[in-house]
Design a protein around this ligand. Sequence first.
Ligand SMILES: [Zn+2]
Length: 414
Amino acid sequence: MTVSLGDPGTVIICGDHFDGHADSLGGPIEVLVRDERIAELAPSVSRPPGARVIDLAGHTVTPGFIDCHVHLTMDASQLSTQLLDSAATKALVGLRLANDYLDQGFTTLRDLGSADPEWPTIDLRSAIAAGTVAGPRLVVAAHLIGSTGSHADVGSLYPPRWHLPVSDPADGPAAIRRRVRREHKYGSDWIKTTNTGGYFSPGDDPTRVTWFDQEMQVLCDTAAQLGLPVAVHTGAAQGCTQAIACGARSLEHAYLIDDEAIALAEDAGTFIVPTMQMTAEDLRALHEGRLTPYTAAKFERDAEQIFQSQRRITASRVKIAYGTDCGMFPFSHGNLEFQAMVTAGLDPARALRAATGTAAELLDRNDIGVLAPGACADIVAMPGDPIADIAATAKVDFVMIGGQLRREPQQPRP
Ligand SMILES: [Zn+2]
């Protein structure tokens, strides 16, 4: 008979901590991790024989960060050629990006769509969940659903003669139902749709709505019947209003949202994922002349209004979740969303909640985004105090996911 001695556990001594829900740091604390969960969290925890002790004095410990809007299999810097890569290439590159991002403290990612006829992000999610490969927890909307010529229809990047299978637009209720049901059939956790144009697509416009109300309603109703929440890429205030009225769970970007739509989102409990760093990246690219002419024209026209909308969002009571759109810009800049949020007027503690407690609420998970006994041991730490200086969030040097130690601070040289 073999007797398993079990995991003796790891004790983490935290100089300070943020629990995922509070308005402020909670002071020094100790965390006992056993197997994949937090077993104890108290000023002083038990020290099981053989337990490893990690001293993070001078560090602030938080729940692992959650990025609610990434594209692991889309690279905007070379989109029209990269989209033609095989699904396997996309998955392998995406795995590398996901692990690099995990090392920056992002232990859960919601991927909002590939542009591939196959299912590379579903395969990635499932391989990580099965332990076949290491990586962050993934929550996946496999493809973008949109109308012909919409922001989701990346086939518009190519001349019409090619009919490349990089998107599969749907027009009208029957086609939309079929697309939602197919996402469900092959394992999407979320439904992603676009109901206005965007900035990086050639033939559409963020100020124009691309679904009829009836089409958006059919999409949301079909998703609801299957138990799938809906995330909506949206720009114009009218698009935000349509998405809220039809029951979307999150508005992505909400570039041009107005006070009326924000009030509707507050009342409906709709989350906003404002992707503010992307606007900062776009502004820099505009000034450096790196935007394509069609992107530059739309973005230059709207930039001031986007920044106004960001300030409206941060001044409201709406539920704000952290999301970046990484893939549209480098994952190495994804941790700058914290600073972009604070620059737009968000209270630093609310920015931390956006990436922890509020993001977990968006994902309907009460076992992540929180430091509490019983929660998944997704734990990160950074030197300094992120509420006094939000830039500390870009200095994460300790990462644990599901109780597995991924990264720890360099020991000073003797
Ligand atoms: Zn996106």
